[in-house]
Design a binder for this molecule. Structure first.
Ligand code: CA
Length: 314
């Protein structure tokens, strides 16, 4: 089984992604590290524990990272995940104790212990990964792949029409901690990014047949997904909002579900109107070859993604 660390900010869609990763049977989740994003890192860690207890997976260590981004204040998320960050479904307070280590320390220790054999799913802002890289600059060489949910890469107009950061051109995870994103993108990871271009496509949402499968399902992860999709839709958003982070899990399980293209990307860390924009250099002449080359998702086989997700959630 492929070993993964889930670095996350649960959060509704992070929680679905955790349930998906564990339920798939194709991934071994060896650690969960939480970052300030949808909620502050301490609350995200408690939520990760609640999700693990829901399915009895309390052997997985959970550690919390910084309460703020690297150098900026923690911004308020305009997209609410509910009072508890989990769609107000009433999950009980967890008994599971947090790993006492600082999240970047658990990350580096786990990667080093399984050097060459770990995929990191970074489905929140990149603060923890940046700190881990600053502490251990060889980290990118020890990680087999880093799959990031973040940014927008100009494959369609979602980077503007569906921008989630608090300006017209940025995506939330990069917007929250652009300095961290810059460090991580430039660190030399084998990096795949799944941005708004793919993550906000309507075809990723549930159709009538998926809903029928969910209604018929009795397993707790399916109950959770049903509840958070209801929560999201009651507030006027589309069901894909509950599924975005699961794209990283699907890509880790079966790369052929997403289509990627190599792009050169810089992270905007100073723009007054453009903070956190992932700027892709597609120029035919004078291209900035110093910008990191990453693989960015340009399309997805949504049918296979949803099939895999629903069968994994039981
Ligand atoms: Ca997230």
């Amino acid at each position: 089984m492929k070993k993964v660390i889930v670095d996350c900010d649960p959060g509704i869609d992070d929680s679905v992604a955790i349930l998906f990763a564990i339920g798939s049977g194709a991934l071994e989740v060896v650690a969960i590290t939480t970052v300030s994003g949808n909620l502050t890192a301490d609350r995200c860690a408690l939520n990760a524990c609640k999700i693990l207890e829901l399915i009895g997976a309390d052997h997985i260590p959970v550690a919390a990272g910084m309460q703020t981004p690297l150098v900026r204040p923690y911004p308020k998320d305009p997209f609410s995940h509910g009072d508890d960050g989990l769609g107000n479904l009433g999950l009980p307070s967890p008994k599971l104790k947090l790993d006492p280590r600082f999240a970047p320390d658990l990350l580096t220790a786990t990667v080093t212990a399984h050097s060459g054999d770990i995929t990191i799913l970074a489905i929140g802002p990149l603060t923890n990964i940046a700190l881990a890289v600053m502490r251990d600059p060889d980290l990118p060489k020890k990680v087999s792949e880093l799959i990031v949910i973040g940014g927008a890469y100009g494959f369609n107009d979602a980077g503007s029409t569906r921008a989630t950061g608090d300006n017209p051109v940025s995506e939330w995870n990069v917007y929250v901690d652009p300095e961290a994103a810059k460090i991580v993108f430039e660190a030399g990871f084998k990096l795949t990014a799944i941005g708004l271009d793919v993550a906000t496509q309507d075809k990723i949402g549930l159709d009538a047949s998926h809903r029928a499968r969910l209604v018929a399902a009795t397993a707790k992860p399916a109950w959770f997904l049903k509840g958070v999709v209801d929560f999201v839709e009651r507030r006027g958003f589309k069901s894909y909002c509950a599924l975005i982070d699961s794209l990283a899990v699907a890509a880790a399980i079966d790369r052929s579900i997403i289509l990627t293209e190599p792009v050169r990307v810089g992270i905007e860390v100073r723009g007054e109107l453009t903070l956190g924009q992932t700027v892709v250099d597609r120029r035919e002449h004078f291209q900035w070859t110093h910008l990191p080359l990453i693989e960015a998702a340009s399309d997805i086989d949504a049918g296979r993604f949803l099939d895999l997700l629903l069968s994994s959630l039981g």
